[in-house]
Design a protein around this ligand. Sequence first.
Ligand SMILES: CC(=O)N[C@H]1[C@@H](OP(=O)(O)OP(=O)(O)OC[C@H]2O[C@@H](n3ccc(=O)[nH]c3=O)[C@H](O)[C@@H]2O)O[C@H](CO)[C@@H](O)[C@@H]1O
Ligand SMILES: C=C(OP(=O)(O)O)C(=O)O
Length: 470
Amino acid sequence: MSKIIVRGGKRLSGTVRVSGAKNAVLPILAATLLAKDGESVIHDVPYLDDVMTIQHVLSALGGKLTYDNGTMRISAAQLASFEAPYEWVRKMRASFLVMGPLLARLGRARISLPGGCAIGTRPIDQHLKGFEAMGAEIALGQGFIEARTDGKLRGAKIYLDFASVGATENIMMAAVLAEGTTTIENAAKEPEIVDLANYLNAMGAIVRGAGTGIIRIEGVDSLSGVAHTVIPDRVEAGTYMIAAAMTGGDVHIEGAIGDHLAPVISKLQEMGVAIAETDTGIRVTAAKKLKSVDVKTLPYPGFPTDMQSQMMALLMISEGTSIVTETVFENRFMHVEEFHKMNAHIKVDGRTAIVSGSAKLTGAKVTATDLRAGAALVCAALCADGESEITGIHHVDRGYVDITGKLAALGADILREDDAEAVQPLYVKVLEGVAAALEEAEPAIVAVRPQEPVKREKELPRIKAQPTWA
Ligand SMILES: CC(=O)N[C@H]1[C@@H](OP(=O)(O)OP(=O)(O)OC[C@H]2O[C@@H](n3ccc(=O)[nH]c3=O)[C@H](O)[C@@H]2O)O[C@H](CO)[C@@H](O)[C@@H]1O
Ligand SMILES: C=C(OP(=O)(O)O)C(=O)O
């Protein structure tokens, strides 16, 4: 079983570079299916398990892909199938994001039902409501959802009951090739929605209002592949901000965008963490004693649910009592049980957790129950007394590029142990990819694990006089 081993107590300092955003790259890669001609060249594609999964989905649909040193090239001129295979969709919910592009391109899509994952039931009714409003017929059966249209989708006015990120993205991607205008009301406003809209517009789409609650899309006849660089991962950046704060550290997070992190920055500042914008990122400097604050997760620009567990880790060691309210997912407190093993004091009542601060954390054997829970356990272990062993790190691999290498470069006493079972399939996958590429003499999936430059600077960059978000 793979695990991360942390010996707590080391103060973090230096520079860490943020990778491309998982939640931006997944819809963008799905959107490459919309290009009838030309090659899509996507830069800053993070080497993550979720990216490998979507790569397999695109390939099964007929996309030709290569991935080298953070750049993925995709040609989707000839789509071979409208069915996203169960074996990949079951691994990752975001695979469902190919439904919009397939409907738009082929008028038909068949995708296995993305299972509810541990953080909540996560229905897809809002995606389907949007497709139906655009004239698609939806059928469910044998674990699959099938959507089809005779001819083109038609533009429609769609009101989302909840500002769902995935539904906004899927409907946007379906609407770009529809006949007429689509309006999405109560649309999600996340930075990843804006990144997707920018990519679609560069392909030739007409998407207006992304980043606000109303998005208007004028359908066009066809779209072409273009080059695009994915935005930096705000959740990864936020996680390193918390890690720095937990160790009383001084860390420059290169590539982090202050605007995207405004709610996290504001809460950390309330707690007493010094945060400043630099020319290339955000610098976080933390004193030993921090004050507790209350946190409520909300859709953007509210406090992100994807940062709730990491924030809770910091609140456990801050002075005072905090109330953490999770409003986005109904079951996103599973990390609490694991935190208890590290001597934290937290009471959960429904969607609220009461965190008693000033805990003296102790190292323990704990399990990551989901992606961000895993990152939060790593953060807690960094300041715990003694050694922690974190298992279940396949969750962490979905969303963090080389978390152990990046934290070690900042001075953490951390290492990863992969057992033969976990490592071997990776080599086998790469070798199979190379063999397939040679055999077909066409680009197949060739994954090369890129080395992210992990910088350790003696001198931290100078701080600008005024943070831009002030
Ligand atoms: C790949 C990706 O970008 N994942 C992010 C995306 O997930 P995802 O797109 O799945 O999240 P949504 O915004 O859709 O979900 C938010 C809430 O809406 C509910 N809902 C959603 C769709 C629907 O049709 N019906 C419905 O009831 C969900 O159950 C959940 O309670 O946004 C979440 C909320 O910021 C983040 O935590 C995830 O990291
Ligand atoms: C919940 C997350 O991702 P996903 O929607 O892919 O499960 C996350 O990134 O924290």
